[in-house]
Structure formats: structure tokens, C-alpha cells
Design a binder for this molecule. Structure first.
Ligand code: ADP
Ligand code: MG
Length: 633
């Protein structure tokens, strides 16, 4: 046995390096700390400059309170802060910083220059070069503070080796600035990367104005969240506010979800599940919405002192807070119908729970169960009254005799209009499409009997009566066709290049991952006038290109990792298009169109659910009808 190694107290410099390792992982992290300091100093104008992703230079200039001349050396010491004085202050933190270690840590691993000039004083400057502090000297600057960080990690080869490419880092810096810009609309921000201004937002009073400035057109498609009225009696003082996207606008990653807790941007990860749950079945597997969600709660109920970078926080009543969020999102989406209505509202017909279902119907595939409905027979059928009249379908024969006269349909609901607003292209002509492959499910041959309310197809399917939601079914059929037709995915040169309007984050990501876009069929050209698409998958029409590129760019963050597998991307492209070209509720169909849809239904692997996960059909077995009408035996 060897002797125990003896324990020694580490010297300050070594301790400093260890601490620096946690606080300063990468240039974007430095930008975050410095921007937070500027905000804490009460600035209403902050300029952030980076060169080569911040590896060469990060410079943050603000017009805040400045640092007192005598405090300059202290600002570079660890655990020296103006934001806390006693232990008890830790329980109620109102500033973004409080640990007093950012400047000290940054100064250990770079050449850090702090120049500051509080009101009515002269400018002063101090330098810390990889741990060595200089003397203070005069400097001519405007009121406020300028902090420069040069050659970060140049003396830490091990850390430098693990850094990302500058382009990736730039895009991360943009993310940092955007999340602070969202949380502090009262501050104007300017971000300059390699001498180009890539974000410039003026100070505004209203967060909604700020959202337009940073999220662009996308902000117009967000809906404000509200809580169910019953929640006002729920225990707890916390409250959620903010905006979420309609379910048709989604991202492969959760990084367009911004969470602010008492104004502090925090990592969204712990909230993603509750958000998805709030969307119920409206989001496809693996997709996330766009959201800006603000949680306000008493300061004593949140502990921000759990992580050196303060991205993670701890909540006293985290379950309660998460459930509240889920309820608000669900309530918001329910009160803003964003999809054609599901079969709810009919009493006397109830969904079977899966286990009852199993007892009654044997050998039903698992995916069919959710769509299975039975008649209970207890109450008379009673159709819930609608505010607006639904059209009554005309029989096929009379449809023919009144050509040219359109039945009066109720206007689309606001939600339905939202859903189809950016469609801008026509409904697919069902009968003109290529036939799908062979019959691949166990559905029998089916005969359409009629269309009801211009929205549902009444179908005889062997021993069952089906009520089919025409939009849901057509959407599913289109999804299968779009997804598996390889020719639709091949890159196709466009006769006229399609110009792209990109925001700063999108440009940063595009620059970082332009090669990956080629892999999925996009060729993008950069000219003085901006970016344009010269080649794209054949599936996409010119008007669809820009929204798709926007969507894909938001999925791109880290280099190296695949954006999303190409397969998932194709799923998503097919998913969006399936809905867009599908017949809608209130579209009149003739019998041969209905026949074609029913025939297609037998040639798809999952005929019972639309791509949003809602049922395509209600099934009423003949024996359930017999039972309902008392025809036993
Ligand atoms: P913390 O923000 O946790 O207090 P820092 O190391 O980030 O720790 O900063 C140390 C101190 O330097 C701050 O408490 C603040 O007093 C001062 N300081 C840093 N940056 C600025 C700035 N831009 N304007 C005014 N004061 C600043
Ligand atoms: Mg700080």
C-alpha cells in the first residue's frame, strides 16, 4: 500500500483557474455575462461587437452607471460584487449577476480591459492579462463602461481545442443577444460581427414591439396565452404570460422557446415537456412550438444560485408551476381553434378506453384503438347547438342540377383561417393524383353514401358505418404520397432564384451550415443583394421556399451534429404540405371524389389518424346500432 497523498490548500491563481473553467466555457458565455452586467448597471443602450465568433475580440459598450474608480481593481477579484452584501440577500435576488466571479474568471483566460466612466468623473481603465492585473490609467471614453476581451483561451490550449468553429460561436452569440433582447425591451441592442451589424433593435416600451423586431414576421403568428378562469382560485402567486405559436409553426429543437423567470432568461429544457403536453396531440412527435413565456413569481420562490452560469434555476413549487403552464397552453389552444374541429360535442357517443376496447373488439391493431368510438345507447343522440349554422349537404343528384349555385357555407373560424393563412396554394384535385400503391391495410371496400355538412363522408364499410372527417383523411393520404415519392425530393433548379429575407440569427446559422442545406436539396447563393435559393426540392413551390428555409435554419445550431436526420426533415416537409393542400371542412365533394379518397384510404399504413394525431373516422359497428335500437338477438 502506498502512503496517502497529503492535502494542500491551493493557491489563489489555481483556484481562479478552476472557477474560470466553470464560468467561461466559450465566447458566447462571456458575451452573456458581460451583457448581464450592462443590464444590471441600468444601461438602456448596449453595443456588442465580436470578431471571429468572439475568439479574437469581444467588446461590450454600455451607457450604464459605470464602475467607481476605486472599485476597478476589486471588480476583477473573485467574489467581489456590488449586487449583494449579506447572505440574506441571496434569498431575494433582483439582479442578473450576484456571484462576483465573471470578470475575475474572464480575466484569468484572456486579455481583459475594463474602461469605465461614471457620470461627472473622468474615464479610467484597468487591464487583466491572463491573471495579471495592471495599474489604473486615465482613458477618454463616453459615460458608461466598455469591456474588451481579446484572444480568449490563447493561453489555454486544452480549452481552445474543444471550441466550436467561429461561425457556430457567432450564431450562439446571436442567440444570447436575442434572448436578452426579448427579456429587456427597455434596452436598445446592437450586435456587430466582423464589422457587420447583424442585429439592431431600439429600446421600446412594449415587449410585443420587441418581439416583432427580433422574431420578424413569425411574431405576427403567435397567440397570447391566457389561463383557464378556474386557475385564478388555484393556490400560489405565480403567473404565466406570453405568446405561443399555432401548432402548424414548429421547430425540430426547442431553441425557439424563450423562458423568462422574473425577467431572467433561463434554459428552456425543464419546461419543454409541459409545453408539449399543453399542445396535446397537436404537435407531431419530436416537434416544438415557438414560444415566449414569462413566469412571474415572488423572488423568494426561485433559487437562482444553483449553477455558475445561472442558466438553471430552482423553483420552490416546480410541479405546480409546470402544471399551471400546461393548463394555460391547453386552455389557450382550446379557446383558439387552430384546426378543424374533432368529433367532440356529440353526447351519447363516447370514446372507449383502450381496455374496454380490447374486451369487445379482438385483433384490432393498436393504432386503430384511439379512433374507435362506440354508441352507449344511454342517452338519445343530441347534437350540440352551434353558434353558426352548418351547411346541409345536398344529395348528389340535385348537386348536378343546380350547377353554378354555390351552397352558402359559414365563414371559416378565425382559427381555421390562421391555420390556412399562409397556405396560398390550391387544394389538391383528388381525382388527378397519381394512384397510391397496393391495398395494405385490412379495410374492406367502402362505399360513400353521402357527404354530411360538407365536412364528413358517410361511408358503408362492410358491417360498419364510418363517419369520416374529409380533411383529416385527405391530409393523411397526402402525407403518405408526399413522403414516399422520391421524385418530389430531388433538387430542382429554379428558373428565377427565390430571394430570402433572413433575420440575423438565420443568417448566422445559414453561414455556419450552408453545406448541410445542399444535402437536403437546397442550393443557396449569396450576392450583394442578399441570399437567394437557386435550387430546391421539387415538392416545394416558390412561395413555400422561404418559410421552409426559415424553419430549417431554426433547427440548426451546433455544427457537427446532423440538423435533424434527413428523414425527419422529409417527414416535416410532407407534414406541412399534407395539411396545406388537403380539402377542408366545408368543401363540397362529389361521389367520385369521395370514392377516390376511400380507395386511397385502403392504401396507406395508418388510415385512422390524421398527421396531427386526431382521428380520421368514427366507427359505428352494425351491432352497436342494433343494440342502440333494441334489436337484440
Ligand atoms: P457580478 O455581476 O456577479 O456582481 P461580475 O464579475 O460580473 O460579478 O462583476 C463584478 C462587479 O463589477 C459588478 O458587481 C459590478 O459592480 C461591476 N460591473 C461589471 N460590469 C459592469 C458594467 N458594465 N457597468 C457597471 N458596473 C459593472
Ligand atoms: Mg456579472
Amino acid at each position: 500500500m502506498s502512503n496517502p497523498s497529503r492535502i494542500k490548500q491551493l493557491d489563489d491563481r489555481t483556484i481562479g483557474h478552476i472557477a474560470a473553467g466553470e464560468v467561461v466555457e466559450r465566447p458566447a458565455q462571456v458575451v452573456k455575462e458581460l451583457v448581464e452586467n450592462s443590464i444590471d448597471a441600468g444601461s438602456d443602450n448596449i453595443t456588442i461587437e465580436v470578431e471571429r465568433g468572439g475568439f479574437d475580440l469581444i467588446r461590450i459598450s454600455d451607457n450604464g452607471s459605470g464602475i467607481h474608480e476605486d472599485d476597478l481593481p476589486l471588480s476583477l477579484d473573485r467574489h467581489a460584487t456590488s449586487k449583494l452584501s449579506t447572505e440574506s440577500d441571496l434569498a431575494e435576488i433582483g439582479t442578473l449577476g450576484f456571484r462576483g466571479e465573471a470578470l475575475a474568471s474572464i480575466g484569468m483566460v484572456s486579455e481583459l480591459t475594463i474602461s469605465s466612466r461614471p457620470a461627472n468623473t473622468e474615464g479610467r481603465q484597468i487591464v487583466m492579462d491572463n491573471g495579471d492585473k495592471s495599474q489604473i490609467k486615465p482613458v477618454g471614453i463616453a459615460e458608461g463602461t466598455v469591456i474588451e476581451v481579446s484572444n480568449i483561451f490563447a493561453k489555454q490550449p486544452a480549452r481552445l481545442a474543444f471550441q466550436r468553429r467561429p461561425a457556430t460561436e457567432t450564431s450562439r452569440v446571436v442567440d444570447v443577444v436575442v434572448s436578452h433582447a426579448i427579456s429587456h425591451p427597455e434596452v436598445g441592442f446592437r450586435l456587430i460581427s466582423d464589422e457587420k451589424t447583424i442585429l439592431e433593435v431600439p429600446a421600446v416600451e412594449d415587449i410585443e414591439d420587441r418581439l416583432y423586431d427580433v422574431l420578424g414576421r413569425q411574431a405576427g403568428k403567435m397567440i397570447p396565452i391566457s389561463s383557464p378562469p378556474t386557475d385564478s382560485d388555484a393556490p400560489g402567486e405565480e403567473s404565466w404570460s406570453g405568446w405561443i405559436s399555432t401548432p402548424d409553426i414548429t421547430r425540430g429543437k426547442g431553441d425557439d422557446i424563450h423562458i423568462l423567470i422574473n425577467g431572467r432568461p433561463v434554459a428552456a429544457q425543464p419546461f419543454l415537456q409541459s409545453i408539449r403536453r399543453g399542445y396535446r396531440t397537436r404537435l407531431m412527435q419530436g416537434r416544438h412550438p415557438v414560444a415566449v413565456l414569462m413566469l412571474d413569481l415572488p423572488r423568494g420562490e426561485v433559487d437562482v444560485n444553483v449553477h455558475p452560469t445561472k442558466r438553471e434555476v430552482r423553483l420552490k413549487n416546480s410541479w405546480r408551476v409546470l402544471e399551471r403552464l400546461e393548463r394555460s397552453i391547453a386552455y389557450t389552444l382550446e379557446s383558439t381553434p387552430t384546426e378543424p374541429e374533432s368529433s367532440g360535442g356529440i353526447t351519447g357517443i363516447t370514446s372507449l378506453s383502450p381496455d374496454t376496447e380490447e374486451r369487445r373488439v379482438v385483433q384490432k391493431p393498436a393504432w386503430a384503438q384511439s379512433a374507435q368510438i362506440s354508441l352507449t345507447g344511454e342517452k338519445p343522440l343530441e347534437v350540440k347547438k352551434k353558434d353558426k349554422p352548418r351547411p346541409i349537404s345536398q344529395p348528389e343528384s340535385s348537386q348536378k342540377t343546380i350547377t353554378g349555385i354555390k351552397p352558402i357555407s359559414p365563414a371559416l373560424s378565425l382559427g381555421e383561417r390562421n391555420l390556412h393563412r399562409h397556405a396560398g396554394f390550391d387544394t389538391e384535385d383528388i381525382e388527378k393524383t397519381e394512384p397510391l400503391g397496393p391495398v395494405i391495410n385490412d379495410l374492406p371496400e367502402m362505399e360513400p353514401l353521402a357527404q354530411f355538412a360538407d365536412s364528413y363522408i358517410v361511408v358503408q364499410a362492410g358491417e360498419e358505418l364510418l363517419l369520416i372527417d374529409q380533411h383529416a383523411l385527405h391530409e393523411r393520404v397526402r402525407f403518405e404520397r408526399l413522403r414516399y415519392d422520391e421524385s418530389l425530393w430531388q433538387a430542382q433548379e429554379r428558373i428565377t432564384p427565390v430571394p430570402l429575407e433572413l433575420d440575423p440569427r438565420q443568417i448566422a446559422r445559414l453561414e455556419a451550415r450552408i453545406g448541410d442545406l445542399t444535402d437536403i436539396g437546397f442550393v443557396i447563393q449569396k450576392k450583394a443583394a442578399g441570399y437567394s435559393i437557386i435550387s430546391a426540392p421539387a415538392l416545394l413551390s416558390a412561395s413555400e421556399l422561404e418559410p421552409f428555409i426559415h424553419d430549417i435554419l431554426l433547427d440548426m445550431t451546433e455544427d457537427g451534429a446532423p440538423i435533424e436526420t434527413i428523414e425527419a426533415r422529409k417527414d416535416h416537409l410532407a407534414f406541412l404540405n399534407a395539411c396545406r393542400g388537403a380539402v377542408k371542412a366545408n368543401d363540397k365533394l362529389n361521389l367520385s371524389q369521395m370514392r377516390r379518397l376511400l380507395d386511397d384510404m385502403r392504401r396507406i399504413p395508418n388510415p385512422w389518424a390524421c398527421v396531427h394525431g386526431r382521428p380520421t373516422a368514427m366507427r359505428i359497428p352494425l351491432n352497436a346500432l342494433d343494440h342502440h335500437f333494441g334489436r337484440h338477438g
